[in-house]
Design a protein around this ligand. Sequence first.
Ligand SMILES: N[C@@H](CCC(=O)N[C@@H](CSS)C(=O)NCC(=O)O)C(=O)O
Length: 322
Amino acid sequence: MLRINALRFCLIKSSPLLNGCNLSPQTLAKTPLSFPKPGTVIKFSAHVFSGAPKSYSTSTTGTGRKLLFRQLFEKESSTYTYLLADVSHSQKPALLIDPVDKTVDRDLSLVKELGLKLIYALNTHVHADHVTGTGLLKTKVPGVKSIISKASNSKADILVEAGDKIYFGDLFLEVRATPGHTFGCITYVTGDDSDQPQPRMAFTGDALMIRGCGRTDFQGGSSSQLYDSVHSQIFTLPEDTLVYPAHDYRGFTVSTMGEEKLYNPRLAKDKFHLPTTLQETFEKIMENLNLPYPKMIDVALPANMVCGLQDPSAKPVQAASN
Ligand SMILES: N[C@@H](CCC(=O)N[C@@H](CSS)C(=O)NCC(=O)O)C(=O)O
């Protein structure tokens, strides 16, 4: 099993902590304490959340390490890109999860403005609806390494498998295999060690969406496999784990594991006591979604097999229906 620990960024202890996010007691009093939305600063020890601009967030670990977190949106494909950085580390090493080619320049401006050093560009899977920005990022930022799952059969600098850890500074993401939407889907989860940010964050790609899940009708999709992936690899995370999907089509930004286990209409507990098992019900739902194929599928699939940079010699991949 590939150990990304080997690529671990050199650890130089320093403490350039983020500041400037303090709000008045009045604003704090109006801020709900129950749910850390994007746009909150999580002060680990005191459990106080303060309202910074939307999609801005840092999370402090028990040892004072700080995760900078941003949720970014690409509106044509309704895709979320996530920027994470260890801002307690002197070099502020950063990574982007599921960047989109069209918004690479926006993402890079942000990285630059925040003084971060982009080291990884990750995909949760081979996307069918948009072209990944990972290849483009590599051409614009020398040294950036692209990452995708080995199971995706795609090209990237680093091919990861379940159990691998991706370090950026002193923080890391753990890789979980969550096939079903595609055979190579993975979920990245922030570390479970006591020195990692709490609550944990799960970047579920298209395996688990907010009150939904990825379709299973092409790219090696399988509803029984997706059911198993979600229940064994995602729903087993702590209830307060924040769920960050690759897409949302209704304006949701974040959920929690506890919430999805209760209210996800496709995957949640059977509140209606149907005569079929939960898995059978799920499979029926998925069989009957009848969604049109993504508009960009014929362009996106072959491009995304090679980090979004279309190899001129590559043959077009047909979107095989299951
Ligand atoms: N209309 C969009 C594609 C919408 C779509 O099929 N989304 C996928 C994820 S991207 S392959 C999906 O799994 N949706 C699940 C759902 O329940 O909507 C386009 O043409 O690009």
